[in-house]
Design a protein around this ligand. Structure first.
Ligand SMILES: Nc1nc2c(c(=O)[nH]1)N[C@H]1C(S)=C(S)[C@@H](COP(=O)(O)OP(=O)(O)OC[C@H]3O[C@@H](n4cnc5c(N)ncnc54)[C@H](O)[C@@H]3O)O[C@H]1N2
Ligand code: MOO
Length: 416
């Protein structure tokens, strides 16, 4: 088999752009509210009524007409008579006359004639009467109709992640079902004759397949369904058959391994046989320089490196935003921040370097063994330090860019 040995690297930003620019939404589907968590809102969410839709008391207390409290002060008490008593969910039939009040609980509708609420703590109760020692302003201690949202107001645009707060909003407006971006079904194919199943005993030269389960978990974290595929051996024909089957059964396929220039790295030849358009096959980054993305028909083929740290990073940088866009998300990228490097990093960075790292809110430090083949630092890290290409010698105390991992939601800006 003849594979090209020289590839032209693209920058990380260019690679991300090439993928996200090509991806289209995979459609929409209606799901019950309880199943909508973690999906992407396909329609803007507009308030169908004012919230709250009636003026209510935000406190346990007494509803009064504020004008009746005029003159109350530290040295002058004003007295009221309680004419009704309501809890939340009840509506008083009383219409307050001069120096009358309705005793009401938090959330109860304000009775007619009242325009302020005296908290229990602001009153001295004596049977059916109470006194106050301060004057109340109109609308004091009220939760006004529409103060949170007004009918017709667009509250959450389409493309946003449905998190618990959005679920609360949907429930507020009575959405028993929600229109969401369809989740793509993703195939995972781990290639390599050295790979053993997770429950296999170790034998010389072989290793357990850690990338497959890792990618499955990266997908699960995004709520995306997946199917696992196996090849019998590192045989081109066998691998091609499996890729074709996976393409027929899924919306996109993630492979790991076999994408470099080795004698058994069949993926480049498979892309050729499929007539796939290769968007890029080398990225100016470490790890993950061999990351390849190709499109065959309307199926995306993500060729991630076999090296675990490179595989992990390739998923987070390229696969994740693509899948989010397939679901119709408008925020595609990992949230990023800056942090103070907590230890020296002396290595040169000929290309953009992504270092698995531990970020504590202020400082960030490499999460340990930092080779492309490392597994330990993926397990220990919660973030990626990003060091630009063409730099060297970062010292403890330097400020560096950090991408945050493990959040379900993206940001709308590719900022690196
Ligand atoms: N002559 C060159 N050799 C290599 C180059 C190069 O430019 N010229 N690039 C190196 C870089 S960088 C990387 S990264 C690797 C990428 O190779 P592949 O993506 O084709 O991956 P494999 O060769 O199949 O495997 C690499 C490594 O990872 C282990 N592996 C593979 N699959 C898994 C898995 N599912 N779970 C755990 N570990 C896995 C595999 O055993 C190898 O050790 O190529 C360099 N070589
Ligand atoms: O792709 Mo390799 O992981 O750059 O080291």
């Amino acid at each position: 088999m003849k594979v090209e040995k020289t590839r032209t690297p693209v920058t990380v930003a260019e690679a991300v752009f090439r993928v996200t620019d090509r991806v289209c939404r995979t459609g929409t589907e209606r799901v019950p509210l309880h199943a909508s968590y973690g999906r992407i809102l396909a329609e803007p969410l507009t308030a169908t009524h004012d919230v709250p839709h009636f003026t209510r008391s935000p406190y346990d207390g007494y509803a009064i007409a504020s004008a009746d409290s005029a003159g109350a002060s530290g040295s002058s008490r004003v007295s009221f008579t309680v004419v009704d008593h309501i809890g939340a969910g009840e509506v008083s039939q009383a219409v307050i006359s001069r120096h009358e009040a309705v005793r009401l609980m938090t959330g109860a509708a304000l009775p007619a004639g009242a325009d302020a609420v005296v908290m229990f703590e602001q009153a001295v109760s004596e049977g059916q009467t109470f006194t106050i020692r301060k004057a109340f302003a109109p609308q004091e201690n009220l939760s006004l109709q529409g103060e949170d949202m007004l009918a017709g107001e667009m509250v959450i645009p389409a493309g946003r992640f449905i998190h618990p707060g959005v679920i609360a909003l949907l429930a507020t407006f009575g959405y028993a079902e929600v229109e969401t971006g369809r989740r793509p079904v993703v195939g995972i194919l781990s290639t390599g004759t050295e790979l053993l199943a997770v429950n296999s005993p170790l034998v010389p030269g072989k290793i357990r397949n850690s990338n497959g389960p890792m990618i499955a978990a990266q997908l699960a974290r995004m709520g995306i369904p997946y199917r696992m595929y196996d090849t019998e051996a590192d045989q081109l024909e066998d691998c091609l058959l499996t890729v074709r089957r996976a393409m027929a059964e899924t919306d996109c396929l993630i492979t790991t391994g076999g994408v470099s220039v080795g004698d058994y790295d069949y993926l480049p030849e498979i892309y050729k046989r499929l007539g796939a358009e290769v968007l890029f096959n080398k990225v100016a980054m470490r790890p993950g320089s061999v990351t390849t993305v190709a499109v065959a028909g309307d199926t995306f083929l993500f060729g991630l490196s076999g090296n675990p740290s490179a595989c992990f990073t390739g998923f987070e940088l390229f696969v994740r935003p693509a899948l989010l866009k397939m679901m119709g998300a408008d925020h595609l990228y990992l949230p990023r921040t800056t942090a103070v490097l907590a230890e020296d990093f002396a290595k040169a960075n000929p290309f953009t370097r992504f270092i698995r790292a531990v970020y504590d809110g202020t400082t960030v430090r490499p999460a340990g063994f930092n080779k492309s083949g490392a597994v330990s630092s993926i397990a220990r890290g919660n973030s990626l330090i990003v060091l630009p290409g063409g730099t060297r010698g970062y010292a403890s105390g330097d400020t560096v860019d950090v991408l945050l991992l493990g959040t379900e939601e993206g940001t709308d800006e590719w900022g690196l």
